[in-house]
Design a protein around this ligand. Structure first.
Ligand SMILES: *[C@@H]1O[C@H](CO)[C@@H](O)[C@H](O)[C@H]1NC(C)=O
Length: 660
């Protein structure tokens, strides 16, 4: 094909101009890292972008039937559409290529068509972590590789396979117009490096090599290393590419004094673990950071716990977090000296060096917690449209306390004293505030918040309960922020240390406008609701020939579905699912009349209502702060058990119950 020859000639020329081959070793070499909107406390902006005019390279245009786009990305904050790259050929053809992520979900536009056929391309969100991406487009097919592994792919929906090579490549913004029409909610916030675009299908071996920080061939269509981009409010740092393959270690100091077990728990409640430096340099950095917290932490000479222990083997100090050995622990002179009785570490305030101490000592010190980027804190109780919008992490400090950073930019921080605030960066507005019990508390677990603006159909000043915990959707979050398996919720035993798993154990949730006088509709068809019934004659106490009557004792069980009800935390047996009088008061139930009882009297000895479970629960709701196991209206029956003693007319006209 004519264009292809011309295109290849251009590429060859460029390669020769660049000094041959285009292959380069990057390990140990510094590469350009683009930084976009790195300030976590600033809202997303439309004016941060790196662009490249493809016409400079392909003055006469061109097109590519095969194309690979490979790069490293390290996001810090998410937006609605996290745009890695967009290619616009003109104001109208502005979605030639758009590579984006929504939460962890990858997506793309190809030749103007939004690709809906790839819902299975889901990645771990992992903020602040370098991840290698390679998108491969070949003859109408697509495959994407994350960290060198194929995540998936399939056939591209398009009427045109070749991609035009003209217009503008934008990194970090989505072009609704050529080099413009940017939307802050579709911008990228974080770092990008080693972006290369090839006019060919890169091989799996090549992708693996790139993803393990090995050799990267320069892209013939575009190379961030080689090509000069126009940068608007984008920073450039130089980093050794091998850093992308190293796990970054970050920590946060919780500046309240606690003993060791409580310190560990403080870290774990936010999904972290106690931090220990591995080297003297790291130890000095930790020491210096701890000096920021003058009032709280520096009140005594041993001011900070360190997450290392020699419990397993005397004088072999291992990190709590992964058991790795600290080879040259930074001990104070004449330390460690406690032998088997002192297996834990405190930092000495005057030198920043370590001393060994008993792990069970009643000593209160501050604690550094190592950040885990894979187990987010979750905020439950609002109405987030996607689960990732409930994710938070604890990073830096505000008002001398660690603060919570929402993955989509919201902030939760101490305003002053015991007052905490939830702030919506995108709208520059306070969402809600809460007052904690003490200055040592965090809004972890369940707390009452006061809304400062109307959200989730609630008016300003409404009081709502929100919970912050690291509990998964399969777990129940205790009011203090601990997590227990959901099956322990309302099981009659106290499993949370604060017993909150047995609080508010109601079994029925009625929708707004539920009318107890209105019988349930039959969802199985148009016929009236069918009541299941079982009548048991328990005994016949008297037969009177003269009166033509018998006295019987009997039980009557009725059961029916009420699709309007949502059931919570149902057990497997009826005994577990007994309803309280308060609960039955508000639901519809059949009323029975016995018109042929002798002298109109019937004795109801006992009556009980319970719920019979038929099916499994609904999927967990990530916004549900109560975290109950919910069952739909079709998943259970209401059971009414009645026990009568009565007298009726003889068998010739059997006892009749009439439903009213
Ligand atoms: C790209 O470069 C071409 C050729 O120099 C120029 O005509 C065009 O206006 C440029 N486009 C943009 C968006 O800067």
């Amino acid at each position: 094909m004519c264009w292809k020859q011309r295109f290849c000639a251009t590429i060859l020329f460029l390669f020769c101009g660049a000094g041959g081959g285009g292959r380069r070793e990057v390990a140990g070499e510094e590469v350009k890292v683009l930084g976009m909107q790195l300030d976590l406390e600033a809202p997303s902006r439309p004016d941060v972008v790196a662009t490249y005019n493809l016409s400079l390279k392909f003055p006469e245009g061109g097109e590519a039937s095969e194309m690979s786009v490979c790069y490293w990305a390290k996001p810090d904050t998410l937006t609605s559409y996290e745009t890695h790259l967009s290619l616009a050929a003109s104001d109208y053809e502005n979605d030639i290529l758009h590579l984006y992520r929504r939460g962890g979900q990858l997506g793309f536009y190809y030749n103007g068509v939004r690709q809906l056929g790839f819902p299975h391309l889901v990645t771990a969100i992992d903020l602040h972590t370098w991840k290698h991406y390679c998108h491969v487009f070949y003859q109408g097919e697509y495959a994407v590789y994350i960290g060198g592994e194929e995540l998936g792919g399939g056939t591209i929906a398009t009427s045109r396979v070749p991609v035009p090579l003209r217009g503008v490549i934008a990194l970090g913004q989505e072009q609704d117009l050529l080099a413009g029409g940017y939307d802050p909610d579709q911008s990228y916030r974080g770092r990008l490096a080693l972006m290369n675009i090839y006019s060919r299908r890169v091989t799996e071996a090549e992708i693996k090599q790139q993803a393990s920080c090995g050799i990267v061939a320069s892209g013939d269509i575009f190379s961030l290393e080689r090509d000069e981009m126009t940068l608007t409010n984008v920073t450039i740092e130089l980093h050794e590419a091998k850093e992308f393959c190293e796990a970054s270690v970050d920590y946060v100091i919780f500046p309240e004094r606690r003993n060791l077990p409580d310190s560990l728990q403080a870290c774990r409640r936010v999904g972290y673990d106690m931090y220990s430096p591995s080297t003297h340099t790291q130890n000095t950095a930790l020491f210096n950071e701890s000096l920021l917290f003058s009032s709280e932490c520096l009140a005594n000479n041993y001011h900070l716990w360190v997450g290392a222990t020699d419990r397993e083997q005397e004088n072999v100090w291992r990190k709590f977090i992964d058991g790795t050995i600290v080879t040259d622990p930074p001990f104070e002179q004449n330390e460690p000296n406690g032998g088997d009785g002192e297996d834990c570490i405190l930092m000495f305030l005057l030198s920043g060096l370590w001393v060994d101490t008993s792990c069970s000592i009643k000593w209160a010190a501050c604690v550094p917690c190592q950040v885990s980027y894979s187990k987010p804190l979750r905020l439950r109780g609002l109405c987030s449209p996607s689960e990732a919008e409930t994710f938070y992490e604890v990073l830096g400090y505000k008002s001398e306390k660690p603060y919570f950073h929402g993955y989509y930019g919201n902030l939760v921080y101490r305003r002053e004293g015991v007052e905490w605030e939830m702030y919506d960066l995108a709208h520059s507005a306070v969402v809600a505030t809460t007052t904690l019990l003490s200055e040592d508390s965090y809004p972890l677990g369940r707390h009452r918040w006061t809304l400062r603006r109307g959200i989730c159909k609630l008016p300003p000043n409404a009081e709502i309960t929100l919970s912050f915990s690291v509990c998964a959707n399969t777990e129940f979050a205790c009011s203090n922020g601990d997590c227990i398996a959901k099956k322990y919720r309302c099981d009659g035993n106290n499993n949370c240390p604060d017993f909150s798993d047995e609080d508010d154990c109601q079994m029925l949730v009625l929708p707004r406008g539920y009318r107890p006088t209105q019988p349930p509709t039959n969802t199985q068809g148009t016929r009236p609701l069918l009541l299941g019934s079982v009548v048991r004659i328990l005994r016949i106490t008297r037969i009177s020939d003269v009166r033509r009557a018998i006295d019987v004792e009997m039980s009557l069980d009725l059961q029916w579905p009420d699709p309007r009800i949502t059931y919570l935390n149902l057990g497997d047996t009826l005994e577990w699912n007994k309803l309280t009088e308060n609960e039955t008061k508000n639901i519809w139930k059949p009323r029975l009349a016995f018109p042929n009882v002798y002298d109109g009297k019937i004795n109801l000895i006992q009556e009980e209502f319970s719920v019979r479970k038929l099916k499994g629960p609904l999927p967990p709701q990530y916004n549900d702060e109560k975290m109950d196991i919910a069952f739909g209206g079709d998943a259970a029956l209401v059971v009414q058990q009645q026990h009568f003693r009565c007298c009726a007319r003889p068998p010739a006209s059997p006892l009749r119950g009439i439903l009213m």
